[in-house]
Design a protein. Sequence first.
Length: 483
Amino acid sequence: MSETKKAADRPTAAPPAANSVDGFFKISARGSTFGREIRGGFATFFTMAYILVLNPIILGSAKDKFGHHLDAVQLTTATALVAAVMTIIMGVGGNLPLALAAGLGLNAVVAFQIAPLMSWDDAMGLIVLEGLLICVLVVTGLREAVMHAIPQPLKQAISVGIGLFIAFIGFVDAGFVTRIPDIAQTTVPVQLGGTGTLGGWPVLVFCLGVLLTIGLLARKVKGAILISIVTMTVVAIIINSAADIKSWGLTTPKIPDDVVASPDFGLLGHFSLFGAFGETSAITVVLLVFTLILSDFFDTMGTVVGISAEAGLLDEEGKVPNLGRVLLIDGAAAVAGGAASASSSTSYIESAAGVGEGARTGFSNLVTGGLFALALFLTPLLTIVPLQAAAPALVAVGFLMMTQVKHIDWDKYEIAIPAFLTIAVMPFTYSITNGIGAGFLAYVVIKSVLGKTKEVHWLLWAASALFLVYFAIDPIEQLFNVK
């Protein structure tokens, strides 16, 4: 759904608030209802609940420099706790339908790149340090200034790129698309299903879920995405009980033996802020923190812009409401993630599922955060939704975000080429940060070639220079003999 259409759909004069909660979150003023916010909160939770399983697997499978593992139960507790607290804080403080949890990609960097060089406490200390530095950038206004310096067409391209990216995530998570093993010695990187054809009950659940979701969306059924997730979860449970299925992936759709699980808060507070400097060289620490900051900085920027645009919340100048507070809370989430040993927490693009369900305010975060809080005790029950049942929501929302592509002037190459690279690089490299970096660099180069350097904001020059270092990090490490 385009920004223009959404703006037109909203009432020109905000209706009076039904009660104090409505007034605080501006639910009626943003053209939403309590029902939409609640459905949106559920949809967002179910599309990102996989992190409760995946984050402990990634962090728990790695060893630090001294051969120590992190406990899986403690990791699950830490992951759910940080997601619950920071999502609720974002809802109350930022009033955006933007959920937060441990960031995928960032947790892999922590597990497989940072931890082998130091202890887990030192590695998590670097995450806390990264989050504190991001908060400093927010307080000084630099982070918000960078976002305001981005031309509107590039912001729209970021939203479109994210749409393709999360649709691709949906296809991959469901097993509809898989990576071809390197042993195949083929130049084709991905294929249909696991063998070039679709097979197995789990993929059928996904396909039926996509058809159900788009059918409900086409008929403009309220709660389309959530109805699809719940319906296909029930179907998956029935299929799993009747058929012999080897694997559903991370989550098996079956009624759990135990509904309640006891949380273990043993990892909270286990971090050393500057311990890393005693375990490895200072330049290695600096490069690691730089990589974390850059990835977190621009991943969040793309997510915030994309979600706000899809929700129709950007103002006439393309600015995000309450941006300063939103970015500060996101930075604080990184600090909280490191302090709890859950890795850096950040804004989740899966929040788009909630926006697609109608969420427009931070009230939906109270629902999502509340479900994460329940997951501290009800993890077995709240994680029975298989990826195949939740992934159709990502595909549907990917379509909704893709519609913004029509606002980009494709006849104007100086903006069309950077926009194209932004859109294409995100799904092709599986990274929001990479797409933004490619778009920034192309924009600066083309403006320079055309003799229009004065049209480029100095912050875009600075950000592009940082991205140049980011993309060339390997030769830089070789130059300084960093291992």
